[in-house]
Design a protein. Structure first.
Length: 251
């Protein structure tokens, strides 16, 4: 009988220990999850933007944004759009032609961008971009998107810079105004002090974009815009409306 009672007490003890341990683990996991969520919110939360200083707003899109109402986008106060055209040697955004025609018809200023692949020849990428865009006018220009995310690791930065330069030269010879898109790391790894004086489109969640010299600033990956379902990237032009008109007129 004594043995049975001891066994019962042990069962009760271990049951309580199990409950305490399980509760602790659950609470700890919850705290970790909350901290991770808070960090992600902080890391990707858009900074304050003074729209009196940067009054011209725009978006950038690809097929992932689905079907859009560009008239509603314009009515919501957005005046320009960068549309994905191509990637690498052969990839083409399947919605580029439709997005381009709808955006132009609505009255937005349009540019097109190409996601640059580190492991593909720059001229071959430029040719792919040209095949997709064709003879469509680009009020904003042709953008080369240079970022390590989504690219293979271990490629020599100098090789990347050389191939980006080759693509930029090819597009310039074809009559495109070339713009370089990147983030802070990409700027210092592949562009700073290496490439020519191309307009810079910088992705930054800092209060003041770095580096200081930029033409477009992408400051929000989770914007909400009329005419678009879900999140969309939000951008501003670095200047007044008078400077905006000068930019559009290539002055």
């Amino acid at each position: 009988m004594i043995i049975i009672n001891r066994i019962r007490r042990l069962r009760v003890f271990f049951r309580r220990e199990w409950v305490v341990t399980t509760t602790f683990v659950a609470v700890f996991a919850l705290l970790v999850g909350v901290c991770w969520w808070a960090w992600q919110e902080f890391r990707t939360s858009p900074p304050y933007v003074d729209f009196t200083r940067y009054p011209v707003k725009g978006i950038d899109i690809s097929r992932h944004n689905g079907m859009m109402n560009f008239d509603a986008i314009l009515e919501d106060g957005y005046e320009f759009v960068f549309i994905k055209a191509s990637e690498g040697r052969t990839h083409r955004d399947e919605n580029f032609t439709l997005n381009y025609s709808k955006a132009v018809r609505a009255g937005l200023a349009v540019g097109a961008y190409h996601f640059f692949r580190f492991d593909v020849d720059g001229v071959a990428q430029a040719m792919n971009f040209c095949r997709v865009v064709g003879d469509r006018p680009l009020a904003l220009g042709a953008v080369i998107d240079v970022e390590s995310h989504g690219n293979p690791e271990g490629v020599d930065p100098m090789v990347v810079t050389e191939q980006v330069s080759a693509m930029a030269d090819y597009l310039s010879l074809k009559g495109f105004r070339v713009i370089l898109y990147t983030n802070k790391d990409g700027f210092y790894d592949y562009i700073y002090g290496r490439l020519g004086n191309y307009p810079l489109w910088i992705c930054s969640f800092s209060q003041v974009p770095l580096p200081d010299e930029w033409t477009f600033w992408q400051f929000n990956h989770r914007g909400r815009v009329q005419g678009i379902r879900g999140d969309v990237d939000i951008n501003v032009f670095a200047g007044s409306r008078q400077q905006w008109q000068s930019f559009l007129n290539h002055q």
